[in-house]
Design a protein around this ligand. Structure first.
Ligand code: BEZ
Length: 367
C-alpha cells in the first residue's frame, strides 16, 4: 500500500481554494491566520485548514475528526484552550476535514462512492506533499483516530507520535452488526451518531453541550454526507494490531478515553495490543465521550507531557505551574529538547496518574 500511496501522491492534482479566517485572540496574542486548502486525490478532493507557520525541524500537528463533526466542532475547544497556546505556538497545525464535512460542503450526488477509512488514510500523503511537510504528530478522535492509525501503519517513517482518542481498531463483528441494525430500526442517523460520540448518561442528561451537538448534527445541511462517513466507519477493516508483531504502531502513542465513554472497552483492548514501551493510556474521569470537548485542560496537560517524552517542549517554554508539576519527571524524560523515542508516558488508570519512562516516575494529571 505504501508504494501505491506514493504513486497516488504523484497522481494527485493539487488545487487551493482559500478561505482566510482569524480565530479569536487571547490577551497578548498576535493574530494567527488560518488558511483552508483543498487537494485533489485519487479518491476525490479533501479540505484542510492550516494554522501557524512551519517550524524548522518540528513535525506538523495533524488532526482528524470523528463522524458527525468537522475539525472545528471536534477540536476548537482543545486548540483554543488557554494553556494549549504555549504548546501549539511551537507547531504548525493541519486540521483535515473528511470529504464532505467541511463547512459549506455540497451534498454528494446520489450513488456517490464515499472513500473507505483506508482510502481516507491514503489521502493524507497528498496533503503532506502539497504542504511539503515530512513528518506529523497526529491527533485523531474515533473514526479520525482509526484513519491516522491506518496512515501510521502504511507510512511509519512519517509519524512521530499519535494521540488516539476513542479508537476502536476492530471491524464490527456480527453481534455488533445485529445491534447496529436493530438500533437503526428505531433511531435516526443523528441519534445513532450521538450514541457513538457520547455516553447514554450524557445523552439523557441533555446538558448544554449535548443540546449543542444534537442540534449541530440533526440540522446539518450535509447530513447525507455525514451518513456516508458513518457507513465507512461501520465498514472499517480490523487494524489487526498485534503486540510484538509487524502490524503495530511504531511511534509513541497516547491512547485517551473517558471513563464513561462508549468506546472504553475497545480502547482498553487496543492498549493491550500495542507496544507497552511506546504507549501511554489515559482514562479520564468525568469526561464523557468527548474528552477534548469536556476536559481540554487535562488533555492539554497530558499532551504536554507526551511531547516532552518525545523531546519537544523544552522547560523554558513551560509555565511555572507546569514546571513544578513535572519536577518529578526530569530524571526520566527529556524536557530539555533532546529527543528520544525510547521514553514514553504511561498511565495508571487506577491512580489517575501519568508516569514517564521507568516505573516510579509519576506525574499527576488530575484525571
Ligand atoms: C488551532 O489553532 O490550531 C485551531 C484553532 C481553531 C480551531 C481549531 C484549531
Amino acid at each position: 500500500m505504501e508504494n501505491g500511496g506514493s504513486r497516488q501522491v504523484a497522481m494527485a492534482e493539487l488545487r487551493e481554494v482559500q478561505i482566510t479566517e482569524e480565530k479569536p485572540l487571547l490577551p497578548g496574542q498576535t493574530p494567527e491566520v488560518a488558511k483552508t486548502h483543498s487537494v485533489e486525490t485519487p479518491y476525490g478532493s479533501v479540505s484542510f485548514t492550516v494554522y501557524g507557520t512551519p517550524k524548522p525541524k518540528r513535525p506538523a500537528i495533524l488532526t482528524y475528526h470523528d463522524v458527525g463533526l468537522n475539525y472545528k466542532s471536534c477540536f476548537q475547544p482543545l486548540f483554543q484552550f488557554a494553556d494549549m497556546q504555549e504548546i501549539i505556538q511551537n507547531f504548525v497545525r493541519v486540521h483535515v476535514d473528511a470529504p464532505g464535512m467541511e463547512e459549506g460542503a455540497p451534498v454528494f450526488p446520489l450513488g456517490y462512492q464515499y472513500p473507505s477509512l483506508d482510502q481516507l488514510a491514503d489521502m493524507i500523503p497528498c496533503i503532506l506533499q502539497y504542504l511539503n511537510f515530512s513528518t506529523i504528530i497526529g491527533i485523531g478522535v474515533g473514526a479520525g483516530a482509526y484513519v491516522l492509525s491506518r496512515y501510521a501503519l502504511t507510512h511509519p517513517d512519517t509519524v512521530e507520535g499519535l494521540v488516539l482518542i476513542n479508537i476502536d481498531p476492530n471491524a464490527k463483528g456480527w453481534m455488533d452488526w445485529a445491534a447496529h441494525k436493530l438500533t437503526g430500526l428505531t433511531s435516526s442517523i443523528s441519534e445513532m451518531i450521538l450514541g457513538h460520540l457520547f455516553s447514554q448518561e450524557e445523552l439523557s442528561g441533555n446538558s448544554e453541550l449535548i443540546q449543542k451537538y444534537r442540534n449541530i448534527i440533526a440540522h446539518a445541511p450535509n447530513l447525507d454526507n455525514i451518513e456516508l462517513y458513518w457507513n465507512s466507519y461501520n465498514n472499517r477493516r480490523d487494524l489487526n494490531f498485534v503486540r510484538g508483531g509487524d502490524t503495530t504502531l511504531k511511534c509513541p502513542v497516547m491512547l485517551v478515553v473517558g471513563d464513561q465513554a462508549p468506546h472504553e472497552d475497545a480502547v482498553v483492548e487496543c492498549n493491550s495490543k500495542l507496544d507497552p514501551t511506546q504507549t501511554s493510556f489515559l482514562k479520564m474521569a468525568d469526561s464523557g465521550g468527548q474528552p477534548q470537548l469536556t476536559q481540554p485542560g487535562k488533555l492539554t496537560e497530558a499532551f504536554k507531557y507526551f511531547l516532552q517524552g518525545m523531546g519537544y517542549m523544552a522547560s523554558s517554554c513551560m509555565t511555572r505551574l507546569s514546571r513544578s508539576r513535572t519536577a518529578s519527571l526530569t530524571s526520566a524524560a527529556s524536557i530539555d529538547g533532546n529527543r528520544s523515542r525510547s521514553r514514553t508516558l504511561s498511565q495508571s488508570s487506577e491512580s489517575g496518574t501519568l508516569s514517564s519512562g521507568p516505573p516510579g516516575h509519576t506525574m499527576e494529571v488530575s484525571c
